[in-house]
Write a protein that binds this ligand. Structure first.
Ligand SMILES: [Zn+2]
Length: 250
């Protein structure tokens, strides 16, 4: 059994027997881990406020094997997003995104790009809280891309020709695009130029830059958001239901 030290973000906590809590972390070096924090529910816990959801902490834990819960030894709070997340609407959205992340990410699978993505999106959201919906779409798209589920919308899937933004493109049931000459397939739908531009822009921008550029545009993320939701449901085999935000209530 070895003591592991890493930086991590608290995604969720659950009550366990008596004074203990189970905590789900996304860590910088070891991916998603679930651990037991002994005595965390006591008023004078050694963990202090370091186990509040959306705290960035330096943590150390013992791990026996990849299957069992780790045993959390120590957390040191590095940064808290708690005041930003205290708004019930923000909290619901963050809990929903955390559920998506958990659904698509295998445990104990190191992914530093994913960790950077989550932190950059939290930072951007706390700096531009009125753009939370845009940043959510940004996050969902990147979550799919890092998981290897994002289609390539730069080319027609059939003739492999590069698609100009201005030309017609039809969405297939496998979420790839075909050009006007090759399609449209039955059951396909047109994807608007604005949606394809957003799709491309998100992959070229940081979340903060994306959020700021959306504030002076009246651009619709609705169509993209709906397509991403369908790709996501196909990837994990079910819809992630909107969370009720109960992560703090127990
Ligand atoms: Zn084509």
């Amino acid at each position: 059994m070895s003591l592991i030290e890493t930086e991590g973000l608290v995604l969720k906590t659950y009550n366990l027997a008596e004074a203990d809590r189970i905590v789900l972390f996304l860590t910088h070096e070891h991916g998603l881990i679930r651990g037991v924090a002994k005595g965390a529910k006591r008023l004078k816990s050694k963990f202090g406020s370091g186990l509040e959801p959306y705290s960035v902490v330096r943590l150390s834990y013992f791990q026996k094997d990849a299957v069992e819960l780790v045993s959390i030894q120590h957390v040191e709070l590095l940064r808290s997003y708690f005041s930003f997340a205290a708004d019930p609407q923000v909290l619901r959205k963050l809990a929903y995104l955390a559920d998506q992340l958990t659904a698509i990410t295998p445990p104990n699978d190191p992914n530093q790009d994913l960790y950077r993505l989550v932190k950059a999106c939290l930072d951007a959201s706390s700096q531009t809280p009125d753009r939370l919906e845009d940043i959510s779409v940004y996050f969902e798209l990147w979550l799919l891309r890092l998981g290897g589920y994002l289609p390539d919308w730069t080319r027609c899937e059939r003739c492999r020709r590069t698609l100009a933004l201005s030309e017609k493109a039809n969405l297939q049931t496998n979420f790839q695009l075909v050009c006007g000459e090759c399609g449209p397939a039955r059951s396909s739908m047109r994807v608007s130029e604005a949606t394809r531009e957003l799709f491309s822009m998100i992959q070229r921008s940081s979340p903060l830059h994306f959020a700021e550029s959306m504030s002076d545009k009246v651009q619709e993320t609705g169509e993209l958001s709906e397509i991403l939701r369908r790709i996501f449901a196909t990837a994990i085999g079910r819809d992630v239901m909107a969370s009720k935000g109960g992560i703090l209530s127990n």
